[in-house]
Design a protein. Sequence first.
Length: 418
Amino acid sequence: MSDTRPQIPRRALWPVLGTGLATNLYADFMLVVVPLWALKLGATPSQIGIMIGARSILPFLLSIHGGVLMDRLGTRRMMLLFTGLTAGLIPLYPFATWFPMLVALQMLTGLFSNMHWVGAQTLIARMGKGDAHYLGIFAFISRVGSIGGPVVIGLIWDFTGVWGGFAACFAVSLAMWATVVAVPGWGEHGSTAEAEAFARARTASPPPPFGWRDALPRIGDYIACVHLLAIPAVMLGIAVALLRHTPSTIQASFYITYLKDIGLTATLIGVLIGCAEVPSAFGSLFAAPAMRRVPVHWLLVGLTALTIALMAITPLLGGVFAFLAAAQILRGLGHGLLHPAAFSVIAKALPADAQARGVALRTTGNRLGALLLPIVMGFVAEVVGVEASFLIIGAGLLGIVVVIAVWSARNPAFRSVS
């Protein structure tokens, strides 16, 4: 495998890995701070669900458009724009004491930071040509900051409160921008030959300027992206990506509020979130060897079911910290392995000039789950209670996994790897 693996110049690879690290650290900081800020403002379970879900509204609608813009106008160029906008909005959060304003901020920062993440994944997919080795390293580096990030932001919140918490989030958003600046202009390509070809093409035909018409989505772009789902590997990867993200969505909303309700401090909540991040980081490194040993469709389906079940049983663990930590460690391991595996399946099924659209399509699936799940779970929690909502939502998600398993088993595209 190594003799056919693309060779990526370090001056292009390391900054791209840095974009993943900064983006995940930012996400982990916001994951802890925003729900705690909402609780401090007296938000109800349904309001918290709406607020968390609001982060995914615009990414769900516009991720495909953003991916098309990156393919058309340049990934690095668009990432600089999106990271700058994200950094500019974070300082407004402490002033968002009015619920609609908080929802609006969640919508905008959710869109811009998500577009940065789409760009980072597009860069590494193009550089590594979908190789699970590079995607695993990217996922590992992205998770490294998350190992201590939730604990750090929990301590910052406990000792400095709202202002200190959001100041830390602002600092990380600036780091996101700085890592993109460090990516070379030819950094969308891995090999030296491709980089030189890109530089010549750019000199002969520079990318078009960004105009107001580019900000408007085009229905044809969306139709072309949806047509990618006709490829079985893409369909499986998108479905798994959507479901893989659901335990993280629960963790970003009702998992935190549940732990707060049973008396855990922000620091201990951060420790539990960190318990998932450590094995998640190292699990990413095992994606490539796992894909060589286990049929890819069974690997994806099995790990998806495991991660959902481990989040769903949270209320059954009796609030015992050791049990909660053990469930998080196992869930993190499966979650980390799933990311590069699903990513690689999609990337290898698509040509180089469709990578950004592939990432955007996968992100749209992620955001669909992240948009609907907190809202549905919020209303379920108000009817039957937060604890019962974990079990009800978990059972529903596992039912969808069963449907995907049956479809995969019957699809001829996967029989050759069974």
